[in-house]
Write a protein of this length. Sequence first.
Length: 482
Amino acid sequence: MNPARLFAIVEDLRNQSAETNWFEFKENNGDPERLGQSISALANGARIADRETAYMIWGVRDGSHEITATNFQPHTVKFNGQELMMWLGQMLDPCPNLQFREFQHPDGRLVVLEIPAATTSPVTFKRVAYIRLGSATTKLSDQKSIEAALWAKLRPFAWEQGVALSFLTGDEVLNLLDYSAYFDLTKQRLPDNRSGIFERLVADRLIRTEAGERWDILNLGAMLFGKSLSLFPGLDRKAVRVIQYTSGDRTNTQRRHDSPRGFASGFISLIEFIDSLIPRNEEIGKALRTEHSLYPSIAIRELVANALIHQDLTVTGAGPMVEVFPDRIEITNPGKPLVEPSRFVDLPPRSRNEALASLMRRMGICEEQGSGVDKALTAVELFQLPPPDFRMDGESVRVTLYAPRSFSSMTPAERVRACYQHAALRYLAGHRMTNASLRDRFGLSSTNAAAVSRIIRDALQAGDIKVADPNAPKSGYVPSWA
């Protein structure tokens, strides 16, 4: 680790009036049992205090905070025949990623232990969770109000507030983040001084203060406004990948592009690039030729935005992908869905990434009232395209938009899916699906009423729709969940 950062951390903590529930000073005491209890207590205390890291520092006297130096050697200590780190890894659950740092302070040798704050559950030592009260370490279960406060902090904890890059100067932050795009997209006036810029970035939890007047860029800030995700270790593989193929399979790639910018600052250019790959229909009018995309632009926009917002950002080595084929577009994002794909159209949106989703809605990148799926499906119906397919594909969610095809070219499964989606859209709009409305959706005349009746019958048998009023068979149809 950067010695300057360690020095800044030590000095910041020494300048505190007293120890808190997220840092502790020691001189030479390296008793493993007490160490395990303290790690549990500090990890839990850091989460309560909204700190991402807790610290134990050997070589500093408690009370006076005087540097005394230490002879504690964490990497050579053994307990019950095991190395200290291995033993702690077995006793702590979930075990934080502990980092012992040996540091030569100008006044003597120090050892700094960095302890990540608890994330998904309280950190326990030998199956017991601990917390610090003043200078004492006690069982968490004996402090009911503190235990409740900790669980309240753990529930909303998200990957978004993890650190993408740490201990940066102000200049480095401004060079790494497209802060002007942040102010443009959130419709705020760009402050005329640096402190105003940093104040707003901190308020939206894109960055946070660090020791020694330095800054951390949080994952949320990097993912939304990073000028290049490749500059943030671990985030480069989360860049949106766009691939165009020359045929209906993946054997021949025509173009491949990784969008390097953050999801928000690069969203418009991403959509424009995808649009440039989509084939066009040409119409010849009386005087001019006009071109129209095969797909409604709002459908592509909303479905790509959904993929960015609802992906599982904790999945390593995978990011959203848009694949453009001559006859379809596939949009894939990592992570299993939080709701059944068939219910994307009606259930309130649930996101693993609430801060990211909220900010993208504020910026108008995605639909404010919901997931935007209903708008995408409505646009697809207006274009009379085959129905989109929403499905789980292994550990990912894949949405397929199909190019125009005639009704006769649609498969029976596609016709039933279109019937269900149409019934859902009609229901959400306060109407019921009828034979006539479904004919309009397919662009069919009244002479095809019998064919549409067969589709409705198949959808009823599949359990996708039901009669709106069982006592009135001609009352129309609604989705099965209505």
